[in-house]
Design a protein around this ligand. Structure first.
Ligand code: HEC
Length: 355
């Protein structure tokens, strides 16, 4: 049954999209296939087999499989740290009017964001969290050196596919405004993503809406339906924390085939291109959508905290009321240039209608 399903999914996907594969690394093919089994429920398919005598032997880095597994272990470790933080947290209670979570509400929301961001269950094969492509020690960008030097884009949940661009660093991304057009300067500002397509118009936060794209991006986490997030959260080990923060209503009548649909990446022929293959009543769809909004908001909150955006650069320290860093003469010269001549040049350029 399992291999039938895998074959079906694979065949369907292979026809729908261009396929990029994780190569079989390791000393023997059997060993490599064993490793691949740990990562996705069928052996990897490599359309670029090693060419005899060519260097490098394939267009993909030979250590890709082992590196993917290394990053997964790190993601799981950090998830475990956030989980332990939650266990150790004095639970906040609703206090005051309007009621707010006090006195540990801030940490409760931050920890929830961390758990969501590092939860591998938020992908069909339960093998990919957001952070897989955005690790803290790589400035919240891609953490695999050989990938950064070769394919640049990172494999998604379906390892035979890779995302389209380099993973953007997301420090300070919650500070970007909603996408807007400045009439005076004839320029667009704000939004998230390289092209600003997460506008922030609905949630009034471009960053929160950004977090709603990867779960249903076929090249990233790859769910077929946004309701998959609500479904996976119903059985999450930290569901209680989600409910504490949002009071979310998980009382949704899930169709019998929901778990199966959540386990199949977007693009499979059986979905017929539908963005909502999980058949929910209008009321239940609204509940799932609200949970999806809260998912985006929680993750954005994490990115707003010191865990991701700490304002501790040399520049921030030099500008602090009690400076914790003194700029070198060269750095100071650059700063003066920025404030004087460079600013003047920029003003001229932005006033020029050709720019
Ligand atoms: C497969 C790799 C991958 C995964 C998984 C992934 N991202 Fe990204 N991320 C990217 C890429 C690539 C971009 C740039 C894409 C673009 O601009 O089209 C990006 C862009 C972003 C940005 C935009 C930053 C800015 O300044 O505009 C944020 C924020 C972000 N990701 C957060 C997340 C979150 C939250 C998740 C999980 C819900 C996630 N990413 C999952 C690869 C990934």
């Amino acid at each position: 049954m399992r291999s039938d399903k895998s074959t079906l999914v694979k065949a369907a996907l292979a026809t729908v999209l261009g396929i990029l594969s994780v190569p079989l690394a390791g000393s023997t093919e059997a060993q490599a296939q064993g490793a691949a089994q740990l990562d996705q429920p069928f052996p990897a398919y490599n359309p670029y087999p090693p060419l005899p005598g060519s260097v490098p032997p394939t267009v993909l880095p030979p250590d890709l499989q082992s590196e993917v597994l290394r990053v997964r272990r790190e993601v799981q470790t950090i998830f475990g740290r956030y989980f332990a933080e939650w266990q150790a947290l004095t639970p906040p209670t609703l206090t005051g009017q309007p009621p707010t979570l006090f006195p540990t509400g801030y940490d409760a929301v931050r920890i929830l964001g961390g758990l969501l961001n590092f939860d591998e269950n938020m992908s069909p094969f339960q093998n990919q969290a957001c952070s897989f492509c955005h690790m803290p020690y790589a400035g919240f960008s891609g953490p695999i050196p050989s990938v950064n030097l070769t394919m640049v884009a990172y494999p998604g949940t379906f390892r035979d596919r890779a995302a389209k661009r380099t993973a953007e660093r997301y420090t300070y991304s919650p500070y970007f405004a909603q996408l807007q057009y400045n009439q005076t300067q004839n320029l667009f500002f704000g939004g998230n993503f390289w092209d600003g397509r997460a506008t922030g118009y609905k949630l009034q936060s471009a960053d929160a809406e950004q977090a709603q794209h990867p779960p249903v991006d076929p090249l990233e986490m790859g769910f077929a339906d946004t309701a998959s997030i609500a479904f996976r959260l119903t059985s999450a080990s930290y569901r209680q924390l989600f409910e504490l923060v949002w009071g979310a209503d998980f009382d949704i009548r899930w169709p019998a085939n929901t778990a199966e649909i959540c386990g199949i990446p977007q693009g499979a022929r059986r979905f017929g291109g539908s963005p909502t293959p999980i058949a929910l009543s209008p009321t239940d769809r609204t509940k799932a959508n609200n949970i999806y909004d809260h998912w985006g908001q929680s993750i954005s909150f994490l990115e707003h905290t010191n865990d991701v955006s700490p304002f501790t650069s040399k520049f921030d320290c030099a500008q602090a009321p009690t400076p914790c860093y003194t700029m070198t003469a060269d750095e100071m010269a650059g700063f003066n240039l920025f404030n004087a001549k460079a600013t003047a040049i920029r003003a001229t350029l932005t006033a020029d209608p050709r720019c």
